[in-house]
Design a protein around this ligand. Sequence first.
Ligand SMILES: Cc1ncc(COP(=O)(O)O)c(C=O)c1O
Length: 420
Amino acid sequence: MKEAKKLNITKSLELFEQAKKLVPGGVLGARKPSDFIEGEYPIYLEYGKGCRLTDVDGNEYIDFLCGYGPIILGYREEEVDEAVAKQIRDKGFCFTLTQRYQNELAKKLSQIVPCSEMSIFLKTGSDATTASIRIARAYTNRIKVMRCGYHGWHDWCVEMKGGIPAKFYEDVYEFRYNNLDQLEDLMKQHGDQTAAIIMTPFGHPLHQKMDVPKPGFLEGVRALATKYGAILVFDEIRTGFRLRLGGAQQLYGVTPDLSVLGKGMANGYAISVVTGKAEVMMAAAQKLFISSTFFPNSDGFIAALKTIEILERDNVLAKIWERGEGFLKKIQSIIDKYPVGAEISGVAPMFFITFKKDKGETHRARRDEFYTQLIRRGIFFTPHHHSYICYRHTDQDLDITANAIDESMAYLNEKYKVSF
Ligand SMILES: Cc1ncc(COP(=O)(O)O)c(C=O)c1O
């Protein structure tokens, strides 16, 4: 199998050189070139439609990052964009007071998300996870927090601790997904001072294989939270409106006290929510201040209402699962053909291809080569983050992608002789 031709990303690289003088590091956070493969992936995109993206050099990709999660339908989904444009044109979206759509969206959530009785709307996932912790602390009058997963960039939970006084995170303890014993030990030590257990109900640790809950794991966490009087928060920023309309809590049948959702809810428009039991949520009205200039803007509400309407009307998630399951089976059969140590983890709507460690420790090289071959073939997965399937990925798009995966693995198989 021939090596695929390197992409021309000249304009991306030029823009990045300019950006380095204007923006610290050129590009922030997860979009920085070192989070992909430097010199191979584009850095700037020009436009997108459906499941496809075009970069500033004119290269087109079938994209599986979906804007890092919010794109559940597709890029430039006309019905959603038109509903927002109409709102902006005919009524306006940024006002002195709140518009009525918050009531409509809160009502809708209470019908579809199992834990939802009352809701607070914010803009980002980090807003929402931080608000959920503040609510839990106010409600319980306790301080400690047990956490599992990525919950955003705020002081109490971000992985890189630069610029943060230790006292802002020293009452926060991490536990590993699917490790109930570890959480049980932590709760034995700190349970009576623990305000919240916050976790992603589905395991998607940074840069690592994805993990479905072991039988009894989520139920066990629920029982521990109840036993010690801590608030259980499911961080469904990625899984909400994706694994099921009501999130992973609906799929796995375990109901938290609070939940945070965002990303997929509005197909790319900025809105997030903390939603949950009324008794706990009421702490937000009585004991604390959660407010921002932009929280009530109605563009996000309109986009969320329209996105949810489409998800329900067109049975979108069932279709994503069906297509995705077929696709994952195909990838597994490709992986079985080539002994290059590739593994696929996750579930149909969100999955990840990773590489097993071998005796010669070539796993990073194999990973980077695989993803290089894929991006050169116009398939936008990344080595450090799992992929998503959205509604606008057609069977044909998935076939093209499976073919590119097959070619890339075949190339890898010729290049590396791996022993485990
Ligand atoms: C599970 C989870 N929680 C919280 C966040 C933070 O969301 P945001 O980046 O919108 O602040 C993310 C973002 O990727 C996430 O995946």
